[in-house]
Structures are given as structure tokens and as C-alpha cells.
Design a protein around this ligand. Structure first.
Ligand SMILES: [Zn+2]
Ligand SMILES: [Zn+2]
Length: 255
């Protein structure tokens, strides 16, 4: 059952699509703890996205290879087992190739300062993002608001839309990364202007933060951002995407 969400109401994401666990050493909760927190918060879908191998705190690649043993649902929460892959250069190269990514059910591609060595000019970061758009396995562009990776917002955001990549609004960045809030205003104003779909994620590194998005909510409300462009306000839209792209089937599970 899908429901219309109005920006005048308090809103709650129903799918948190960027969360970490103890598999990333600066994450502090387990998969089961994350799933329980999601359920408590009223979410019906959760993606586990620990860091790719270029990050200093990433799990071994076997972590991703073994996802097949994990349950499709935990306590009624539909689960996607994925990765926050690192974009490691100005050519959009990821730290996991197509074979490695084939084990993942949800792929975020993010720039992190610890994982790159090129000079982070807008031209080179933009080029990197454009090349990521050519990778069919990437679902989401992670936190494209950090001041450390400036890019040419308007043309690159249009490129994300054309390539079907979801643009992330990241609660953790807004809360803890200097400059992210101002950059986010620019990015999301353009997303509204050009009708670019976004996902609103927590990037939680602790279960208690899953589904909690007060700063992003305020930002989107201030911009009068159209609710229909926030894809994960409706978990079924994500489930549909997972089904179409990767053939993932959940049991009947109403949102
Ligand atoms: Zn990140
Ligand atoms: Zn993250």
C-alpha cells in the first residue's frame, strides 16, 4: 500500500539505504542490532553498506562474498546486503570490480579523502563522477556534498539523473562534515529544479541513529523539496528497484 507524503507533515524514511556495522571498525553495531533498530523506528527495508577495500577500516572481501548466507528479512525488515564502494581516482574507478560487486545487492559509490591521491579540483572530481555514471552496478552516489570533493554541480547532477543514479542526502555528513550543509543546499536546490530523484540516508555507524534524519528533514522542508523525489520515503519503491535490477524477491511485506 503506497501512501502520499506531504512535506508539511513530519516524515519518516521507510528504507535506510546507507548503514554500517562492526564490520567497519568505526561502526559499533551488528546487523541484527541495525535491523532491530530499523524495525523500532518503523522502517521496513534496510541496506547494510560497509566500506569497500580501499577504506582503512574495511572488512576483507570475503565479507561481501558470504552475503548469501544472510536472511532476506530480519524481524520483518527486508534486508539488502551491499557496500559503500570507494571511488579511488579521477577516472571513476571503484575499489571493487564487477565480479566483486556482483555479490552486493546495493551499491553506493563515494569519494573519501583517505582513498584518493589526485588533486581534488572541480574538473577532476566532476570527471570522476561522470565516469562512475557509466558503471551499471552503482545505485547511489554517496554524500556528494562534502567540501573536500568540489564538483560542477549542475552538469554532473544532470548526468546522475540521466544515468539513473540516485543522489544521496546524508544525515551524518550534514551533522559532522564542515561545509556539507551549505553544499547540500546547492545540490538539493538543483535536484528540485531538475527533478532528480534522491535518497535520504543516515550513514549510521550506530544502530540508534538508523532512520533518524532531523537535519535533512529540515533542509528539505526549507527547500520545499517534492516528497515524490525522495525515493526511500516508500520502501516498496526500493524493493521494486531491487527486484528489477537484481531479481531480488522479498516475501509479501506491506510497508
Ligand atoms: Zn562515506
Ligand atoms: Zn558510510
Amino acid at each position: 500500500m503506497r501512501s502520499e507524503v506531504h512535506m508539511t507533515d513530519h516524515f519518516q524514511i521507510r528504507a535506510d539505504l546507507h548503514t554500517h556495522t562492526v564490520a567497519s571498525t568505526h561502526g559499533y553495531s551488528t546487523i541484527n542490532e541495525n535491523a532491530a533498530a530499523a524495525r523500532e523506528r518503523g522502517l521496513s527495508l534496510l541496506a547494510i553498506t560497509d566500506h569497500g577495500p580501499a577504506s582503512p577500516d574495511s572488512p576483507h572481501l570475503w565479507h561481501f562474498h558470504n552475503y548469501k548466507i544472510l536472511p532476506r528479512e530480519i524481524g520483518g525488515v527486508r534486508m539488502l546486503y551491499g557496500v559503500e564502494a570507494d571511488i579511488i581516482d579521477e577516472f571513476g574507478t571503484l575499489d571493487m570490480d564487477a565480479h566483486e560487486l556482483s555479490f552486493c545487492e546495493w551499491v553506493i559509490a563515494s569519494y573519501h579523502t583517505a582513498c584518493v591521491s589526485f588533486e581534488r579540483t572541480p574538473a577532476l572530481v566532476s570527471q570522476g563522477y561522470r565516469r562512475v555514471c557509466e558503471n551499471p552496478l552503482v545505485d547511489v552516489i554517496g554524500h556528494p556534498t562534502t567540501a573536500m570533493f568540489p564538483f560542477d554541480c549542475e552538469p554532473v547532477l544532470k548526468c546522475f539523473k540521466e544515468a539513473g543514479k540516485l543522489v544521496e542526502i546524508n544525515e551524518s555528513s550534514l551533522r559532522w562534515k564542515p561545509g556539507a550543509l551549505e553544499n547540500a543546499k546547492t545540490v538539493y536546490r538543483l535536484c528540485k529544479q531538475y527533478e532528480i530523484p534522491i535518497v535520504l540516508n543516515t550513514d549510521a555507524h550506530y544502530a540508534g541513529l538508523i532512520g533518524v534524519t532531523p537535519l535533512a528533514e529540515q533542509l528539505l522542508r526549507d527547500l520545499d523539496f517534492p516528497a515524490r523525489l525522495i525515493v526511500n520515503l516508500d520502501a516498496d519503491r526500493i524493493a521494486d528497484m531491487a527486484a528489477q535490477k537484481r531479481g531480488i524477491r522479498f516475501h509479501d511485506c506491506n510497508d
